[in-house]
Design a protein around this ligand. Structure first.
Ligand SMILES: [Zn+2]
Length: 399
């Protein structure tokens, strides 16, 4: 259960792309901010969560929000600003017991490409070759197909899949995806043979009747109305209402929305959150990650490439959970707030982290304004300091 939102430069207040995602997973599933630098590879294969596939000669530097036990990631970005978020979707197609996880495909897309279009092509090729499948939960069983928003500083794509079948819509200004198929009609690109397959399976009558979301959705569709999750309806409304003036802090605010539950509480919770401000390569894109549960109770911490001296974990998968992880300490700290006791302490905490986040946000904004006047090393030294300060404060808040 997740929500991914995108605003292209024509819908943003400045000239850049804004990306946002909440990763909604089982409430006790730790999600870590991890970094793998650019790497050359001698080994022939890469072991993903369940299967191994041929490795490429070089993988690019990636910054990921990763469920601790898997190879893949729920969301992330790379050194070129390619940024991806995935969603669980439920379709009429059978789900394979093994294969690449949707999250594996996401990481492979980030590691192997320099543009959104490149990542789209890579994910599609790997999906066609190795298919998707496998249990998406560490405890219990969770099987689903995947949809994605794949973005860079100038364009974005919605990719929706049903087993080995796929369809793509190019984003024009703003778009949100959630846990429902949403591409209507025939999309902008689709896998060859998909319409024929749908007719043969009896999902639709003929070519004219093909409407991807309607044809492939597992849920019952009455008339032409394909039900979207209430969260998708809400995030689309928020984006449309703000189109033309969308900013980074607005994106953070959208991800803290509670009426429709974009910030999810319950058995499934928003266990990680990312907002990325994506700029052309000559400028620094800034990525904000919570690295902790509930964006409404977490500070976003800033990152930019090259990632050196910024607080990250080594890339997963990990064998076992570690009580020293910030995510674990934070989850323990906010536990009483979730049960709606200690309301006064909760408000005090929220005011404190809100003020701190504001300060960090303004520090980053001021630094970015000086970007052109500073040498790269000086810029990075100052940026790293803000990242470290944000983490120091985040720790102090929960001690
Ligand atoms: Zn919340």
């Amino acid at each position: 259960m997740c929500d991914t939102l995108i605003s292209l430069p024509n819908a943003s207040l400045d000239d850049y792309t804004m990306f946002g995602k909440n990763s909604d997973r089982l409430s006790d599933e730790v999600q870590l901010i991890t970094h793998q630098p650019r790497k050359t590879h001698e080994e022939e294969e890469v072991k993903c969560t369940y299967i191994s596939i041929p490795q490429v000669k070089e993988t690019y530097a990636v910054l990921l929000s990763q469920p601790w036990w898997m190879w893949g990631a729920e969301m992330g970005t790379n050194e070129f600003g390619v940024t991806i978020g995935n969603e669980a979707v439920y379709t009429k197609e059978k789900i394979k017991k093994t294969g690449l996880l949707g999250m594996d495909l996401l990481r492979l897309g980030l590691e192997r490409t320099k543009t959104a279009k490149g990542a789209l092509d890579t994910i599609i090729n790997l999906l066609e070759k190795y298919n998707q499948g496998g249990n998406c939960a560490y405890n219990g069983k969770m099987l689903y197909h995947n949809s994605y928003i794949i973005a860079d500083h100038q364009e974005a794509y919605v990719l929706e899949t049903a087993d080995k079948w796929w369809i793509v819509e190019e984003v024009k200004d703003v778009r949100a995806i959630s846990n429902s198929l949403s591409i209507r009609g025939k999309g902008d690109m689709r896998r060859e043979g998909i319409i024929q397959h749908a007719i043969e399976e009896g999902y639709c009558k003929d070519d004219d009747d093909f409407d991807f979301a309607k044809t492939f959705a597992k849920s019952k569709v009455i008339g032409d109305d394909v039900p979207l999750t209430p969260r998708a309806v809400k995030s689309t409304e928020l984006l449309n209402d703000a189109a033309g003036s969308i900013t980074v802090d607005m994106m953070m605010e959208f991800l803290r929305e509670h009426e429709a539950g974009i910030c999810m509480h319950g058995a499934f919770e928003s266990v990680g959150s990312q907002v990325s401000h994506l700029k052309p390569p000559r400028k620094k894109s800034v990525h904000w990650f919570t690295g902790s549960n509930h964006p409404c109770l977490s500070m976003y911490k800033p990152y930019t490439f090259p990632i050196r001296d910024q607080k990250v974990n080594s890339p997963g998968p990990y064998e076992k959970k570690n009580n020293d992880w910030f995510w674990m300490k934070h989850a323990k700290f906010i536990e009483p707030f979730k049960k709606q006791v200690n309301e006064k302490e909760k408000l005090t905490y929220m005011n404190e982290f809100d003020a701190l986040e504001r300060k960090i946000f303004l520090n980053v904004r001021d630094l970015v304004k000086q970007e052109e006047d500073l040498k790269e090393d000086d810029f990075m030294e100052k940026f790293n300091k803000i990242n470290n300060e944000a983490w120091k404060k985040a720790y102090e808040l929960i001690m």
